[in-house]
Design a protein around this ligand. Structure first.
Ligand SMILES: [Ca+2]
Length: 230
């Protein structure tokens, strides 16, 4: 990953990777992934929901500036903080669907930023144990006021999956006001307060408090590691 990745948010990274992974519902591959193409040049293959259109208007093409440009085709992508430093990394399966394709898979190690984060590992007791489908509403305070952040627990997709543990970016949040969880199936409505930024928590359905998790950093993953190609 280029050092320039420090300058871009997760949303921008997600678009770049989504394009590399062949997100044809957003754009044709050529229009989206070319190193010099910009968002306005995209050719839509089908109408997009208004919410998606609003999101695209705020994005920019970081293929080159972010170090995501790659001559090989992408096949699957996963988003996860692999070294537990709080910054979400990206692993991308390159090449085609069959093993034996000579394309190298790629790990984009996030060099980090000053933004804050929160990790939540949910465990259902009445709902399904892995909390698949649980809806999370995080309310944070920022210098510009209150902000609402939403997540739904899932693995993320079919071509590449991400951990069920939720890695939630908080941006410039100064404090977490509350975390509200609606558990699927059981209908449990749980509200947690007192959580701190830049920490990971285990949340058990129905418990009054979350338990802080100490995730061990993995220092062996570094930009100089031989498996990482930048
Ligand atoms: Ca990381």
């Amino acid at each position: 990953m280029s050092r320039n990745c420090r300058r871009f948010g997760k949303l921008g990274l997600a678009l770049a990777i989504a394009c590399k992974a062949g997100a044809t519902e957003l754009a044709t591959n050529d229009a989206c992934c070319g190193p010099t193409n910009s968002i306005p040049a995209m050719q839509l293959t089908r109408p997009l929901p208004a919410s998606t259109v609003r999101m695209i208007e705020r994005l920019e093409d970081v293929t080159t500036a972010g170090g995501f440009g790659h001559l090989q085709k992408g096949h699957g992508v996963g988003f996860a903080d692999l070294d537990n430093d709080g910054n979400q990394d990206i692993y991308e399966v390159m090449g085609g669907a069959f093993e034996g394709d000579t394309a190298y898979n790629v790990l984009y190690l996030n060099p980090g930023s000053t933004n804050h984060w929160l990790k939540l590992k949910l465990e259902g007791t009445k709902a399904n144990r892995v909390a698949m489908g649980a809806r999370i509403h995080v309310t944070v305070q920022t210098p510009s006021g209150s902000r609402d952040i939403y997540r739904t627990v899932s693995s993320g997709g079919s071509f590449g999956s991400s951990p069920l543990r939720q890695e939630i970016g908080l941006g410039d949040a100064t404090a977490i006001s509350s975390v509200e969880i609606r558990w699927p199936g059981s209908g449990t409505h749980q509200v947690l307060t007192g959580l701190e930024r830049d920490h990971a928590y285990a949340v058990r359905e129905g418990d009054a408090q979350a338990s802080m998790i100490n995730l061990k950093r993995i220092p062996s993953i570094s930009p100089t590691h031989p498996i990482i190609r930048t």
